[in-house]
Design a protein around this ligand. Structure first.
Ligand code: KG4
Ligand code: ZN
Length: 392
């Protein structure tokens, strides 16, 4: 089944086309294209993501990204005579009336190409920034109407879980299979908007056993980076700065909620602690900034590892899955690998490759594929709504 997946929940405009085969847990993927167009440079100027800026950038990027994805997948063929189906064009004009840039690009491009051999469209419907999500959803609906294809809405966080399980064949970046998971499994989702511990006994069914009570961990990385004068997004910057830095016992940060006895997190206090620490130091040197970055990274890593291991023990998990943008962090990857191999060598650990840690549409393709196999009836495109707070 050929799937076209669209992801616009935050600051990446991503489209992937895959050929998926086989039962859900043993799916085989041929990755025909996996394009991610990042808005980071634009958001860096403002020091963070503003939803209306993200929406505008998605509007601009979607058609060029689609063109690139179709070209790479060898599915782009020009129509000899552009098709002008008046009634469809009228409906699409209404559908995309709030996205004038996208509408213009759509009408300039889509009627000039042949309908590609795609069986299904999948799109992120939440969670995320609602104005950004709507652009992707409306685009999916417009394509579905024009090409007469079904659309499956996908939960972005399930995408992050499945992203960890995509195993590319060595030496071949286009063929991938799905890692075998034994249940129960615990998933730790760490991103710019989420910090969650999730229990699953069956893919597609999830129970949140703990989550952050305030800031998400990625948000904390970004805010601490800002305090230290580093550019957006702060996660990779903190990580770079911390590497090679030395700790200083006089610059100690708390390990928030580490002994709370539950699986919840809190990261807003540590951000404030960093702020006070920095304010107290006169003429802060780059070396001290690096020390603070390292101490911050150590603190949050310790909390994540401690609570996740507790969850593994309590629920007798056989698999640990880590997903979301912050799973790209080197220190976090290393600490989990070390603790799992030392304390729970019988547990399989899945962490996405670094390119699949952050937002991408390949994970949305896989999630949509599995969902389409689970439910016989694919939701008609018209019923899909953006839900910024969509739960797993
Ligand atoms: O999953 P993601 O791409 O988008 C959301 O769904 O939120 O996650 C983005 C977050 C940002 O907060 C970014 O700073 C963080 O992931 N991030 C990192 C690293 N790379 C990205 N945090 C720590 N270390 C990294 N290497
Ligand atoms: Zn994400």
């Amino acid at each position: 089944m050929k799937i076209l997946a669209i992801e616009t929940s935050c600051d990446e405009t991503a489209i992937s086309i895959v050929n998926a085969k086989g039962a859900a847990e043993r799916a085989k993927l041929e990755i025909l294209s996996n394009i991610v167009s990042s808005q980071i440079e634009i958001h860096a100027q403002y020091g963070g993501v503003y939803p209306m800026v993200a929406k505008r950038e998605h509007s601009k990027a979607l058609i060029p990204v689609l063109k690139e994805a179709l070209t790479e997948s060898r599915l782009l063929k020009q129509e000899k005579i552009p098709t002008t189906e008046a009634s469809k064009i009228k409906k699409i004009t209404k559908m995309l009336e709030r996205e004038p840039e996208l509408l213009a690009a759509f009408l300039n491009f889509i009627p000039t190409i042949k309908k590609p051999a795609i069986d299904l469209i999948t799109v992120t419907s939440g969670p995320g920034l609602e104005p950004a999500l709507w652009v992707g959803i409306n685009f999916a609906k417009a394509l579905s109407l024009y090409w007469d294809m079904d659309v499956v809405p996908v939960n972005h966080m399930e995408g992050h879980i499945l992203s960890a399980m995509i195993q590319k064949k060595e030496g071949n970046s286009t063929k991938a299979s799905i890692g075998k998971i034994s249940v129960p499994a615990i998933a730790l989702l760490i991103s710019g908007g989420h910090t969650e511990l999730v229990l699953t006994k069956e893919l597609g069914k999830y129970k949140i056993i703990g989550q952050t009570r305030d800031d998400a961990i990625g948000e904390a990385f970004d805010k601490v980076a800002r305090i230290l004068g580093l550019p957006y997004p702060g996660g990779p910057e903190i990580s770079k700065l911390a590497e090679g830095a030395e700790l200083d016992p006089s610059l100690k940060l708390p390990r928030p909620m580490i002994h709370s006895g539950d699986f919840d997190f809190s990261f807003s206090g540590i951000k404030t602690a960093v702020l006070y620490m920095v304010q107290k130091i006169e003429n802060i040197t780059p070396k001290t900034k690096a020390t603070i970055a390292k101490e911050f990274e150590n603190s949050v890593t310790e909390v994540l590892v401690f609570k996740t291991l507790k969850a593994i023990e309590k629920y007798k998990a056989k698999t640990l899955i880590i997903g979301g943008g912050v799973s790209a962090n080197k220190k976090i990857r290393e600490e989990f690998a070390k603790h799992i191999s030392e304390k729970h060598p019988d547990i399989t650990l899945f962490i996405p490759t670094r390119d699949l840690s952050t937002d991408n549409a390949l994970m949305i393709a896989l999630s949509g594929y599995m969902k389409s196999l689970r439910s016989n009836r694919v939701k008609p495109a018209s019923g899909i709504k953006a839900d910024g707070n969509l739960k797993l």
